[in-house]
Design a protein around this ligand. Structure first.
Ligand SMILES: Nc1nc2c(ncn2[C@@H]2O[C@H](COP(=O)(O)OP(=O)(O)O)[C@@H](O)[C@H]2O)c(=O)[nH]1
Ligand SMILES: [Mg+2]
Length: 289
């Protein structure tokens, strides 16, 4: 699904989340481990105010492990609770539950201190930009496919609580917020990892950006996948070579650059090139919001 973010749409998304926030004790913010800063919503902190938050770096199976480790450290140094997961790994889902449990214990201890003998369960909601893995994580936490009444057209959506554990309840609908699309560089990173739909950015531009990034940051992975010397930085030549290697030709024997771009991005997004992180911890343009 491609979501177009118009000002009215953004205001509505924000309002919806603000009303749901009143129902929860904890916000679970999802970001993409391949771009943990670019994939944050630029206004999340303003929207959630002082609400407790944990951050989950999703798709760690596709991200550069050494960068992921450093990002987690960086978040923790800022006093932010963060973990990285692959939503398809059971033990990673267990880690999410353990982290939420820590917050629940704190919350319930406070309630007990106020004289509440049997504190209620912790309530949480998941928030993130499109494609970050919100539905996947909700389904994994629910342990079975949830069929929501609201998924059928013409039927009013009823919000429901999923009982993840006796003491951990999760809102079944995630908060969907917009990505940072004003900044060109961030836009390219989000497009490279497949978060921003190809229709808004030229496929060839994104693929060229990705190749250039790989040449500079992951020359071995680049050479391994494309069998081209990473020092050849003429993108026309690189596209030509890859196109010929793979037979991405059109009538007349010319290389079809759109097909080449598609193949490069497919290789990248599916992890066939290797584990790659676009937001570099040493990169000082990235700012935690
Ligand atoms: N490799 C990998 N893919 C994931 C992970 N989590 C989600 N995905 C995939 O990311 C895509 C978007 O996920 P989805 O849950 O629909 O995102 P949503 O738009 O935030 O609800 C789907 O193809 C998922 O299978 C993960 O941890 N690792
Ligand atoms: Mg979804």
């Amino acid at each position: 699904m491609t979501i177009q973010w118009f000002p009215g749409h953004m205001a509505k998304a924000r309002k919806e989340i603000e009303s749901n926030l009143k129902l929860v004790d904890l916000v679970i913010e999802l970001v993409d481990a391949r771009a943990p800063i670019a994939s944050q919503n630029p206004m999340l902190q303003q929207i959630i105010h002082q609400k407790q938050k944990i951050t989950i770096l999703m798709k760690k199976d596709l991200a550069d492990d050494s960068q992921t480790l450093r990002w987690i450290e960086h978040f923790e140094e800022q006093g932010l609770a963060a973990i990285a997961i692959n939503a398809n790994e059971k033990r990673d889902i267990a880690k999410v539950i353990t982290l939420v449990d820590k917050h629940r214990e704190k919350m319930q201890a406070k309630m007990r201190a106020k004289g509440i003998v049997q504190p209620r369960a912790l309530r949480a909601m998941i928030i993130g930009i499109p494609n970050v893995g919100k539905s996947t994580l909700i389904n994994r936490l629910a342990r079975k496919k949830i069929t929501r009444i609201g998924d059928r057209p013409g039927i009013t959506k009823h919000q429901q609580w999923i009982k993840v554990r006796a003491q951990f309840e999760l809102l079944d609908t995630p908060g969907v917020l917009w990505p940072k699309f004003e900044d060109q560089e961030i836009g390219k990173r989000l497009a490279a990892i497949g978060t921003i739909k190809d229709s808004i950015v030229s496929l060839q531009d994104v693929a060229a950006y990705a190749l250039d990034f790989l040449q500079k940051n992951y020359p071995e992975l680049y050479q391994e996948r494309f069998s081209i010397d990473p020092s050849i930085d003429d993108m026309w030549e690189v596209f030509e070579t890859i196109g010929k290697q793979r037979g991405a030709l059109e009538s007349g024997g010319h290389v079809n650059f759109d097909i080449v771009a598609e193949q490069i991005l497919y290789d990248l997004r599916s992890g066939r090139i290797g584990k790659v992180t676009f937001d570099r911890i040493e990169d000082d343009m990235v700012q935690i919001t």
